[in-house]
Design a protein around this ligand. Structure first.
Ligand SMILES: [Zn+2]
Length: 495
């Protein structure tokens, strides 16, 4: 035990290099400066790391001490078990020899909360975005976000494979062992499945087919709905990558294209992404579990709602369910569930007749919309604003980097722009989804509907495109009345 054991333990790093233009300091000088910095801050250097680039014959030589220091910083301890809480260097440029070094250093240091860092000028907060921007400008702000998410993930010990990134270095389904070349048969399967999903087919019906054909995962297991969903949701399919739930983008916000062959187009993947994202929003239960997407076996369950007025003057509005009624034509009715099941039990309608009427109305509406859509310019209206904002944001970043505007001005403004850009990107995705579906929903929808080209899930998806709900008004009076379509109120969607 020495008297300075209460001081915060840190490591120091020194590098001697010919290519540092203002390298006035030798290794000994650097050690001395680091010691002084540490002493000023009440820190204690528990290990000095030193690399000497002058002895390096090759330009791409690895710096052994730099690498060793990164490991120690990440672990938070020296190989002998002594704790390390941070690092000291003379200046940032000591850390950087190749592109990405600074990023790796910040990654290692900020691996846990509460780490400290200083150079000869004093303390620096590497958790703070404005310092990180000294690294690779442009990409660093999103990287800082990524780091925050990573730390959060580690703290809560919840590692979820939501990104669909294959674990254990095994090749992803659809590609050969080199992870770049397409596996022709698997790639074709994924492409078809992706297009089916966009066209509204349920994961379950795709899965059933794959199982029937004995398709297995790369681990030799049968496919499940979750694994299939993750495989289809993986942006790798269109050549993009996801990191911590976000697409990896370049400084201009454009997704970075990987070096493997894509299976589907980015447009198609964006359509899938929008579909699955929407489904997650709809299907997350209070306990956080996501329900699977079973296809109801009737056309309008969940779409028909009971319109019977209740005591308070409001309509019941409960989603109607199907019951078998062999005595009726068609053999089933849509019925308001009983009070104990959340309805009023007070209304019902012949199922086959409602299905027929609503189908006709929806087909007519879809045909009408398809005709209008063909005339409309399918261009997305927000492109100009998105581009303008992107430019503005980059210009502002530039100014801020050059110290022409203050942190106080920059951060709130930048955040505002970021929020709007995010909104616009979401709109763009939704627009792409609509366009994609519009191309599927062409004027021949009626033919395909009745020719058996569409399964129930696809039909339901089309109905949902057109309708929010159908309110079933009470018939009134006693006894059986003829079917009256006027008592069905169709709530159309916009568009
Ligand atoms: Zn009811």
């Amino acid at each position: 035990m020495t008297s300075n054991d209460h001081l915060v333990p840190v490591v120091a790093y020194a590098r001697i290099s010919a290519d540092l233009a203002r390298d006035a300091h030798g290794v000994k000088d650097q050690h001395k400066i680091n010691d002084e910095t540490a002493a000023k801050l009440g820190w204690r250097i528990v290990h000095h790391y030193t690399d000497n680039d002058l002895s390096a014959a090759k330009a791409d030589l690895v710096r052994p001490d730099f690498e060793a220091m990164l490991k120690v910083l990440k672990a938070g301890r020296l190989p002998d078990g002594r704790a390390v809480r941070g690092a000291v260097v003379v200046a940032d440029d000591r850390l950087v020899r190749r592109v990405g070094d600074y990023e790796r250093f910040v990654d290692a240091l900020t691996f846990e909360d509460g780490r400290i860092y200083a150079d000869a000028k004093g303390l620096k907060d590497l958790y703070n975005e404005d310092v990180e921007s000294m690294g690779l400008f442009g990409v660093v702000i999103s990287k800082a976000e990524v780091r925050k998410i990573r730390r959060r993930t580690r703290r809560s010990h919840r590692r979820r494979a939501e990104q669909g990134i294959p674990v254990g270095g095994k090749r992803p389904f659809g590609w050969e062992d080199d992870k770049r070349t397409l596996h022709p048969e698997e790639a074709e399967r994924l492409a078809q499945a992706a297009r089916d999903v966009i066209a509204g087919k349920s994961l379950h019906s795709i899965l059933a087919k794959w199982r029937e054909e004995g398709v297995q995962t790369v681990h030799g297991n049968p496919w499940g709905s979750r694994s299939l969903k993750l495989a289809l949701w993986n942006p790798r399919l269109c050549g993009w990558r996801k990191h911590n739930g976000e697409l990896v983008r370049n400084a201009d916000g454009v997704p970075v294209v990987g070096q493997w062959e894509p299976i589907i187009t980015p447009k198609e993947w964006m359509a899938i992404d929008a579909l699955f994202s929407a489904r997650v929003r709809l299907n997350i239960k209070a306990d956080g579990t996501v329900t699977d997407y079973r296809t109801p076996s009737y056309l309008l369950t969940g779409i028909l709602r009971c319109g019977k007025p209740q005591g308070d003057g409001q309509i019941c509005n409960a989603p109607m369910r199907v019951s078998a009624r062999p005595d009726l034509s068609g053999g089933y009715v849509y019925q308001c569930p009983s009070r104990s099941m959340g309805g009023c039990g007070g209304s019902g309608r012949n199922g086959a007749k409602v299905d027929e009427y609503v189908t006709e109305a929806v087909l007519a509406r879809l045909e009408e919309r398809a005709a209008v859509k063909q005339q409309e310019d399918s261009e997305w209206g927000g492109a100009e604003e998105l581009e303008r904002l992107g430019k503005k944001q980059r210009a502002m970043l530039q100014k801020w980097q050059e110290d022409l505007i203050s942190d106080e001005l920059f951060f709130p403004e930048n955040h505002k722009m970021e929020v709007r850009i995010k909104e616009l990107r979401k709109e763009r995705t939704e627009h792409a989804l609509r366009a994609q579906r519009a191309s599927k929903v062409t004027a021949d929808v009626r033919e395909r509907w009745f020719a058996g080209d569409l399964d129930l899930a696809q039909k339901r998806a089309l109905i949902r495109e057109a309708l929010h709900a159908v309110i079933v008004l009470p018939v009134g009076g006693g006894g059986r009345r003829p079917f009256n379509p006027d008592l069905l109120v169709l709530r159309w969607t916009e568009g």
